[in-house]
Write a protein that binds this ligand. Structure first.
Ligand code: PGA
Length: 260
């Protein structure tokens, strides 16, 4: 099967400040203009700095189709009295076209349950955002050989009630496979495991949604860096990467983007 166009995502998490993120985005854009990577690139800055990143992209005349903007999280509610939350409409004011939902740090540290994740997926798709759903097993689940069971449950609980929202365009949904034990540890999953899990995700999606689901991109995340990116991105059914730590270094991140 022909691969989907690769998407490389920078997840900056809760890192940086006005000064350092301005420097990071300026440096990255300059490198991007030189290298012109073939993949789609998505930046997920801390929400507070969306306007800053948007203004830098505009200053350098970068099309938002080339480097897109998105958020690391959305409110599970449309609007109203929800202290501290940002609605899908608010983030769309800053030209965000992507949301990231169900990241393991939100599942395991901020204790988001599957019901909440499904609500966020619903709102994100209703708002016509490209929706990246993160799935992945913990180390304990990996050792107990529960990876497939966990992933199937996470996919079904987040997507099964929302399929009518992307039936006309399956590419609005993107899956990121991120083994929890590989995130931020410097220990990426081995190629055999990535291949097996991505192929399994493809099968589950096909069972749920039919062959049109082949246009759903499946990204790998967890300690992707400038050294291992090429071999990971070349694996079958790997349509891109979700990059944390290494995306905070403009040179490393552009090297990852250009390894496709
Ligand atoms: P990492 O993070 O690249 O630092 O492992 C990936 C992620 O959490 O999305």
């Amino acid at each position: 099967m022909k691969k989907n166009k690769s998407l490389i995502v920078a997840n900056w998490k809760q890192n940086g400040d006005l000064k350092s993120l301005t420097k990071l985005v300026n440096n990255f854009i300059k490198l991007y203009k030189k290298v012109k990577p073939r993949c789609d690139v998505l930046l997920l800055p801390p929400t507070l700095y969306l306007n800053l990143i948007l203004s830098r992209l505009r200053y350098y005349r970068i099309s938002l189709r080339k480097i897109s903007l998105g958020v690391q999280n959305i409110s599970p509610f449309l609007n109203g009295a929800y202290t501290g939350e940002q609605s899908v409409d608010m983030i769309k004011d800053y030209k965000c076209s992507f949301s990231l939902i169900g990241h393991s740090e939100r599942r395991h540290i901020l204790l988001e349950d599957e019901k909440m994740i499904a609500s966020k997926v619903k709102l994100s798709l209703q708002a016509n955002l490209n929706t990246i759903l993160c799935v992945g097993e913990t180390l304990k689940e990996y050792n107990q050989k529960l990876t497939k069971k966990v992933i199937s449950r996470q996919l079904r609980s987040a997507l099964s009630k929302n399929t009518h929202l992307f039936k006309s365009d399956h590419s609005k949904v993107i899956i990121a496979y991120e083994p929890v034990w590989a995130i931020g540890t410097g220990k990426a999953a081995i190629s055999e495991d990535i291949t097996e899990v991505h192929s399994y995700i493809r099968q589950v999606l096909c069972k749920m949604l039919g062959s049109k689901s082949n246009s759903i991109r499946i990204l790998y995340g967890g300690s992707v860096n400038d050294v291992n990116a090429k071999s990971i991105l070349n694996l079958p059914d790997v349509d891109g990467a979700l990059v944390g730590g290494a995306s905070l270094n403009s040179k490393k991140f552009i090297d990852i983007c250009s390894s496709i």
